[in-house]
Design a protein around this ligand. Structure first.
Ligand code: ADP
Length: 353
């Protein structure tokens, strides 16, 4: 009898043990899945206990802080950023917190929150906001540049309109002059708005290129024909085929030719050369104007940048042409640079893959 009872008990115990093992195995599997999900996150994750010891990190966190083998270590051995300590301390005190800091060319936003779990007292999430911050700063600069640029033609318009209103008897030639000023300023405003919307379309990446195989030599010849009433050209080079968006490349080269005409002095012809380069092509646009000083070579591709504001205003420049050209070339995975010996002209070199 006794024997039977203890045999029954042993069988029950065994059954309990098996059930427990199955439950543990299920929990382990669940934990492995949870960790895998955490590792798949684009955000870094750090969990600490009351004593600020690391309980858990995910893969992104390890990448961000070079922190392999972090669990079990005190937090200060893993992260050495004051902003993170403060945010985690706030969470340990029961409040959530947000802070930003920079490390290795990336800007990170850390968000911490308190947790009521026994082994985890605070969790910190690390979000890479580098791109976001860059976009925010582009937007801020864009707005400030834009208002600055718009102010000049607007002021010109206002003063012309006011003069018109205040002068009792306008002579015909005064009237004509005022209307000319107004129409020039309006034209400037229109150009600005056109160029800006074009640039923002290109910059935002909305622009889809329609690639087709075209002959660059032919494209350049056609362009020179369009500009023939404003300058003379010497085109040299072979027929080079390239896969490009013809309209966009035309637009990019038009800007360069337009500049060569505006800033090229006008006495000598503009030289354009097309040549194969590796598996791609190279186009050089050369003028014999004042050229570009060494310290301006990089800046002229920035939007709204003009070397000589007054001269550029005379020619109706918006300072956006080269920015547009550069974006178009970059979208084609090409490059653009300028060579110049000040006083002896400038050569813009476009390379297309
Ligand atoms: P803009 O509308 O003023 O011409 P761009 O972006 O096309 O604007 O050019 C920016 C500035 O670069 C110009 O204002 C001018 O000062 C300078 N630049 C451009 N092309 C030339 C060139 N071929 N020779 C000398 N300076 C140039």
């Amino acid at each position: 009898m006794i024997w039977r009872k203890s045999a029954e008990a042993a069988a029950q115990a065994k059954e309990r043990e098996a059930r427990l093992e199955a439950e543990i195995a299920a929990l382990r599997r669940q934990r492995a899945i949870d960790l895998e999900i955490l590792d798949g996150l684009a955000e870094g994750l750090l969990a600490v206990n009351r004593e600020r010891r690391v309980v858990l990190v995910n893969r992104r966190f390890e990448e961000l802080f070079d922190a392999a083998g972090a669990p079990g270590k005190p937090m200060h051995e893993v992260v050495r950023v004051a902003a993170v300590f403060e945010a985690v301390d706030r969470a340990l005190a029961g409040e959530s917190a947000v802070a930003r800091f920079s490390t290795r060319n990336t800007t990170i936003e850390v968000r911490t929150l308190p947790l009521a779990a026994e082994e985890i007292a605070a969790v910190a999430i690390f979000i890479d906001v580098t791109r976001l911050e860059r976009l925010e700063s582009i937007r801020r600069n864009f707005i400030s540049d834009f208002s600055h640029e718009v102010r000049t033609p607007l002021a010109g318009l206002r003063s012309a309109v006011e003069t018109h209103e205040n002068l009792e008897h306008l002579t015909e030639s005064e009237g004509k002059q005022l209307r000319r000023i107004m129409s020039r300023q309006l034209l400037r405003l229109e150009r600005l708005v056109d160029d800006i919307s074009e640039l923002s379309r290109i910059e935002s990446g909305d622009l889809l290129l329609t690639l087709e195989r075209i002959d660059l030599r032919k494209l350049v010849d056609d362009l020179c024909e369009d500009f023939a009433d404003r300058a003379t050209f010497v085109v040299s080079g072979e027929n080079v085929l390239a896969d490009v968006d013809a309209l966009r490349i035309q637009q990019a080269l038009s800007n360069l030719i337009d500049n060569a005409i505006k800033y090229g002095g006008g006495a000598e012809p503009i030289e354009i050369e097309i040549a194969p380069r590796g598996s791609g092509a190279e186009i050089r646009v050369r003028d014999h104007g004042e050229g570009i000083a060494e310290n301006e070579k990089e800046k002229i591709f920035r939007r709204f940048y003009r070397v000589d504001k007054s001269r550029s205003a005379e020619t109706g420049g918006t300072g956006l042409g080269l920015a547009i050209t550069k974006h178009i070339v970059l979208q084609h995975h090409g490059s653009i640079e300028v060579e110049s010996e000040p006083g002896r002209g400038a050569t813009f070199i476009v390379r297309l893959p």
